[in-house]
Design a binder for this molecule. Sequence first.
Ligand code: AP5
Length: 230
Amino acid sequence: MVDASPKAATSPARVIFLGPPGAGKGTQAGLVARHFGVPKISTGDMLREAIAQKTPLGLQAGPLMEEGRLVPDPLLIGIITDRLAQADCQAGYVLDGFPRTLAQAAGFGSMAVGRQSGGLLVLNVEVPRDELLRRLSGRRWCPECQATFHVHNDPPKQPGICDRCGAGLIQREDDKETAVTRRLQEYDERTAPLIGYYQERGGKAFHTVDGYRPVDTVFAELKGIVEGAL
Ligand code: AP5
């Protein structure tokens, strides 16, 4: 059982997760956010919500996401700028899925300056490719409350039913094979360069963590890193 019970932070926890699709960013971002009492901000969840609501953003993002392609940078920088301006982000936040390109990192860097005094912490989660494929093909997702499960690693109590809200679980369209291949290619070409970008700028605020371990073991290491930075 993962202990992510809330803990008051002494300075703002501002955390960015990096890592390929299926590395466990969303899982760990949720645990870290809950433990440190700050919001988890997932651009993937925000976009999926926009698609469900059929907003102009959702209509533009939907076909790209289904194919496993990234959504254009200006749209993402726009929604993150608006989200981080909200009151609940002023004491910190955990970003899951943003930034994802060098252009987004540059946009985020200038936005972050002067917004808050706490330093940015970058957590890069590494997992071997064959394990990523296993995790993505077995992931099941709740379209109502966005909870994530895995058919083998983290099955719901009742097969196909969300433990949290009782809705039917589905496989994300972009977890199907063709889209996964495209997402991994997008990661290699456009997101992986952020590792060098933040390694260079982050110094001691950049950490690479082995994500190919049980969820609670990975979380224990991440919690220690964030605590050490506050
Ligand atoms: P997004 O939703 O962000 O997807 P992603 O980055 O591809 O990440 P995933 O959600 O697939 O994986 P994850 O690392 O969060 O792993 P999880 O914890 O779920 O983005 C989707 C799309 O939106 C993008 O392709 C793009 O089109 C668009 N988009 C979003 N942000 C964008 C941006 N900034 N710019 C442009 N476009 C953007 O875990 C995966 C599975 O493994 C789960 O089943 C879980 O239960 C299991 N698992 C987790 N940890 C472990 C463990 N330690 N051991 C065993 N199993 C585990």
